[in-house]
Design a binder for this molecule. Structure first.
Ligand SMILES: C=C1C[C@]23C[C@@]1(O)CC[C@H]2[C@@]12CCC[C@@](C)(C(=O)O1)[C@H]2[C@@H]3C(=O)O
Ligand SMILES: O=C(O)CCC(=O)C(=O)O
Ligand SMILES: [Fe+2]
Length: 351
């Protein structure tokens, strides 16, 4: 009998009653970790109130221990989070054939489709998404919503502006915890002086439909983000897990109104390895579909090079990585994936 698996489209996973072969993952005991919403919540990333006078210390500890934390009192209006979540729901509710008309022409550029990391895994992930990496998302929105196009583009632009601002504030605090300031990074000063208008960020709308066999499926496979940092809004359904050597996989339970912050690869480079980028993934469930919205902040636009901050490297250490632009880093990451740090290690380390 011919296998049905090739006919499965990511656009209508939620309607499937069985898990197709191509979507089944093998989990080892260590891999499957702590089940969702059980003991996994006993130890998890901290929730940090950004108005806390000790914010720098709290953020610094969270970065060193987990590479991730949740934030409250972040200043992003709840209405904007609700609006972008309902925009995402509306988008993923569109019939599959129509969504496919908005497919990204090239991996990593704006449009509908699988996550960019998909090509590094043999098995398919139980999710669909829409990436907003440049202005071409507007053409796709026009295809999807000829009438509500302006309204939806407005939500995206407002979200982008506010998130970029928050990302900049977080950068200052994390740098503060490492004993440096934005004045120690030339491009970061420019970002601050310009009210953060020269930065570069992508948005990924993720949808994880209900799954007939969640224990054998993977929503989004383990990865680190290539970014400086990522700010994530998750709907009230959990699924995000972060990995910590000492603990294994740990679930990040949604806290109403809070956002999740993940340290990305470029921060690892900036900190000369003092802070790790956090390995994370998304699991799925049988009862409720889940939406998450990631703001992936790549720092400076253009050909600005990211390098280990000299003041962090100090006289006694060597810079572990060579200078690199975000575009170049993305190119390397999507050639060698989890070997990207090895590929950019400084040949003759200097300080
Ligand atoms: C700017 C980017 C970061 C990203 C790759 C991309 O070119 C656009 C999509 C981003 C995203 C979102 C989901 C998870 C992720 C690992 C992926 O597959 O696509 C990230 C990428 C990344 O951080 O490398
Ligand atoms: O859906 C999630 O919780 C994780 C999403 C994510 O890791 C990403 O978009 O980079
Ligand atoms: Fe991620």
């Amino acid at each position: 009998m011919p296998s049905l698996k090739e006919d499965v489209s990511i656009g209508n996973l939620g309607s499937l009653q069985t898990l197709p072969d191509s979507f089944t993952w093998k989990f080892t005991a260590a891999d499957s970790a702590l089940p969702l919403s059980s003991s996994a919540v006993e130890e998890s990333i901290p929730v940090i109130d950004l108005s806390d006078p000790d914010v720098i210390t709290l953020i610094g500890n969270a970065c060193k221990t987990w590479g991730a934390f949740q934030i409250s009192n972040h200043g992003i209006p709840q209405k904007l989070l609700n609006d972008i979540e309902s925009l995402s729901k509306t988008l993923f509710d569109i019939p599959s054939e129509k969504k496919l008309e908005a497919t990204s022409s090239d991996k990593g550029v704006s449009g509908y489709g699988e996550p960019r990391i998909a090509s590094f895994f043999e098995r398919k992930m139980w999710s669909e998404g829409f990436t907003i990496a440049d202005g071409s998302y507007r053409d796709h929105f026009l295809t999807l919503w000829p009438h509500d196009y302006t309204k939806y583009c407005g939500i995206i632009e407002e979200f982008k502006g506010k998130m970029e601002n928050l990302a900049s504030r977080l950068l200052s605090w994390i740098l503060g915890s490492l004993g440096v300031t934005v004045d120690d990074i030339e491009w970061a000063q420019k970002l601050e002086n310009s009210g953060s208008k020269v930065g570069r960020g992508a948005i990924r709308l993720n949808h994880y439909p209900v799954c007939p066999e969640p224990e054998r499926a993977m929503g989004l496979a383990a990865h680190t983000d290539s970014t400086i940092l990522t700010i994530l809004h998750q709907s009230n359904t959990g699924g995000l897990q972060v990995f910590r050597e000492e603990t294994g996989w740990v679930t990040v339970e949604p806290v109403p109104g809070a956002l999740v912050v993940n340290i990305g690869d470029l921060f690892h480079i900036l900190s000369n390895g003092k802070i790790m980028s956090v390995v994370h993934r998304a699991r799925v469930n049988q009862i409720r579909s889940r939406i998450s919205i990631a703001y992936l902040w790549g720092g400076p636009a253009g050909d600005v090079e990211i390098r280990p901050i000299p003041k962090i490297v100090g006289p006694a250490e060597s810079a572990l990585y060579r200078p690199i632009t975000w575009n170049e880093y993305l190119r390397i990451k999507y050639e060698v994936f989890d070997k990207a740090f090895d590929a950019i290690r400084a040949v003759n380390p200097t300080n």
